[in-house]
Design a protein around this ligand. Structure first.
Ligand SMILES: O=C(CO)COP(=O)(O)O
Length: 253
């Protein structure tokens, strides 16, 4: 069993604080069976690569253009991410869906572009608090993955990773209960398989207020392949402790 820990730096950081964080990560290689990466703002890709190249730790972006190269002012296309050595790119984060009106169709196009450039899409899905309270979380997750499948088909979908990120748990300190994570992951896995993705290809992380003190619990959830960590990924001791917790989970089997 393998565990994945990805940091999402969001729109945070500066060259000086990144240098401290990246050096600490490079000095703490993950245990066998743990894959670690950081998704950084575009201007810091060069810095991340300079420190992490040659280590086991990968780097990536938090967004990508739904278009290729061309007259798309302000956009960064998948080929550029590939050139900068990105192993991953987040797609469809709830902050982008909510604040930048990203649609499932746009998200599908981004996934398509990333796959063509050999950059792993990490697709974020998750329900809002209102949807959970109304008992509609299954409908939201089902709609989100079905829309992607309709545009991409199962083969492409099987090459993406997913992150279950309930919107109400992001940046709130309110981590989802292990039972809720297990239930949502099982539901997503079953849906993806029903859409034609082979069981062994399904990778689902959990994201939402993962910290050093709850990471063990998250990694122990059946069917949870790892964590997508926001705020705590910007705190050296926190992120290193989360990576260590993933190592303990792998060792426990
Ligand atoms: O959005 C997230 C990761 O993509 C989670 O953010 P927090 O860990 O800060 O809640």
């Amino acid at each position: 069993m393998k565990k994945i820990v990805l940091g999402n730096w969001k729109s945070l950081g500066d060259t000086a604080s990144n240098a401290v964080l990246l050096a600490a990560l490079a000095a703490h290689p993950p245990a066998a069976g743990v894959e670690v990466g950081v998704c950084v703002p575009f201007p810091f890709l060069t810095q991340a690569r300079a420190v992490l190249e040659g280590t086991a730790i990968g780097w990536g972006a938090q967004n990508v253009s739904p278009f290729g190269a061309g007259a798309y002012t302000g956009e960064v296309h998948a080929g550029m991410l590939a050139e900068f050595g990105c192993r991953y790119a987040l797609v469809g984060h709830s902050e982008r869906r909510q604040l930048f009106a990203e649609t499932d169709e746009r998200i599908a196009d981004k996934i398509d572009r990333l796959l063509a450039a050999n950059v792993r899409p990490v697709v974020c899905v998750g329900e809002t608090l209102a949807e959970r309270e109304a008992g509609g979380w299954r409908e939201t997750l089902g709609r989100q993955v079905a829309a992607l499948a309709a545009r991409l088909g199962p083969e492409k979908l099987s090459r993406a990773w997913f992150a279950y990120e309930p919107v109400w748990a992001i940046g709130t300190g309110r981590v989802a209960a292990p039972a809720d994570i297990a239930e949502a992951h099982a539901f997503l896995r079953e849906r993806l398989m029903a859409l034609g993705v082979p069981a062994e290809e399904v990778v689902i992380l959990y994201g939402g207020s993962v910290k050093a003190d709850n990471a063990q619990g998250v990694f122990a959830v059946p069917g949870c392949d790892g964590a997508l960590v926001g705020a705590a990924s910007r705190v050296v001791e926190e992120f290193i402790a989360i990576v260590a917790a993933a190592g303990s989970a792998v060792a426990r089997g």
